[in-house]
Ligand binder design. Sequence first.
Ligand code: HEC
Ligand code: HEC
Length: 613
Amino acid sequence: MRFRQWFLPCCSLLLVATGPVVAGTSNSLMDVSADGRWLAVAVRDGGTLSLVDLEKKARRRLVEVGRQPEGVSFVGESSTVAVAVYGEDRIVLVDAESGEKRRAVEVFDEPYAVVSNADGSRLYVTLTYPGQVVEIDPAAGKVLRTFDGFPFARGLAIDASDARLYVTGYHTSLVNVIDLASGETVDAWPGTSSDNLARQVVLHPKRPKAYLPHIRSRVTAVHGEGSIFPYVSVVDTASGDGRRRKRIPMDAFVGARVTANPWEVAVTPDGRSLFVVFAGTNDLYACRVVDDDYREIEHRGTLLLGNNPRAARVTPDGNTFLVYNALDYQVVEYDVKTLRSRGTIEVCPNPLGEEVHAGKVLFYSALQPMVGRRWISCASCHPDGEADARTWHNPEGLRNTQPLAGMAWTHPIHWSADRDEVQDFEHTIRGPLMQGRGLIRGRLNAGLGSPNKGLSRAADALAAYSNSHGISLSPYAKNGFSEAARRGRVLFESKRTNCRSCHTGPWYTDSTPRDEPLRHDVGTGNDDPSEKMGPAFDTPTLLGVYRSAPYLHHGKAATLRDVLVSQNRDDRHGRTSHLSDEQIDDLVAFLKSLPFEDPEPAARAARLVKIER
Ligand code: HEC
Ligand code: HEC
């Protein structure tokens, strides 16, 4: 959405502007057309784009766009919507008036955010993996330029003059700015090493400020009051040295009231109000923007929202703000002045089954019965089932967060195979990390003891959701194997390297339900003094390792090469010492091509056990 403002140069000491100033636009899961008629909402769970008529306050159409749509943006002032379809590596252009899909532009992998320039001649898209920004000509359906070097790029905003693009690093909260004339990265504002999950950046319409909601993951403290914190960072985009940046703690913003998982921010066109939605505590702070370069924002009001609010947008007239309660599949309209609700619009019917939906609500909730102290939800470390790229200092030793994709097929779970069902996470819910009341009444069985399944519908639902994460194919195998990957495959399959003896079957793991879990000592368990359960570990799946660094249970291998070389000096983890440098590269190229096919048909044919809940 673009805000158009007229204001005289004398009104602002910060901008020397004559004529119309355009505030630019920022990424979101929702967008409003320039004329205020249409609202477009990405429904990740349903693979659809919902188009809402804002005059009639009703959904007009639901368009299938493909797996996991994330960012949406109207193209300039038109009624065409660009949707970044994260799970299918394409940008789909949909005409809101007719509901027709006009074209699809293929990209390498994981398009997340999309923004348009003012006249709609260019779209910009972040590719979370492999960490790029691409420039697209929507009329020609072509990628024009690719900007490299933005690991896990997510948030994206374009400035008023279409000259600069702001990009956030999802796992770092690093803000980079690309000068669009030269294509160079011309400035950067790093966060702190614990900043995480920065998925959006929003520019102020008049002041040289960018706002980004994110969390902090403090891996050294695994308890409810010390590990995850909510922030809005404010970046001073005009500062000459490019360094001024501050974090506003959202758990100390209004007394001692704790919020969790800030997901999006929205600013009104007059620049006076700012809204932050919290997807964990299901609430919102309405703030006054303070022009003091110090406090930056002041609390105006708190609103309690529905389930898992993930997006906020203000209409172009500045009178209304919209909040998307992603797990109610509803948008609620509020009056900017009074903060009163003006009504609710259904975005779509619940596209998930009842049980998976109930489990997802719990997984994202930072409220009771899941959590006592409101800072954390399961999703704070496992956002959308992905990893948080962190190694936590758990009581049992260093533990790297695993992605949950394909987990239904690879029980037992945890690096130490000390849990055989997701219902065992009731121990996590009741434990020091989450301090929740819990989902199961009374006594709980040990991780590998009698089943906890069947004791509570809620715990079974949490398991059903956690086990519902499918796997995406590797972008490196889209057009078949590279020559290097082909050679690497031969090495991987060879008796000499022995990789296949443990990384077996369609999931490349021998982890499957049995009476006694199978663990292997591959020589990785001796260099962490805090380790209590090693030195033998559950074999992890290798599907998806192209994007899941760092590696090994303790996260001490930064790259796949490190797993095979510096972390395997004694050949206890397969045999790699006989391989030349080029052969290691080939083996890595093969690992990065996994999965090159859907593993489920082969897994079913081999009668592997799938734990659905
Ligand atoms: C503070 C971050 C954090 C939070 C909060 C968290 N997890 Fe985890 N999760 C981890 C880490 C780290 C691991 C790896 C631990 C291990 O293997 O011992 C993990 C592992 C898992 C696994 C095993 C994955 C596999 O393939 O073996 C599941 C399932 C899981 N978590 C579910 C949950 C659920 C459900 C919740 C909420 C009740 C939750 N987690 C809360 C960090 C977290
Ligand atoms: C004896 C069984 C065994 C063999 C043989 C074996 N692995 Fe592993 N692999 C494991 C275990 C167990 C782990 C987890 C170790 C840890 O986390 O400390 C692992 C971890 C990995 C990881 C890291 C995955 C992640 O998500 O962090 C990669 C990559 C890997 N192995 C590749 C290979 C390759 C390539 C070979 C052949 C050269 C091989 N493995 C041989 C059991 C084995």
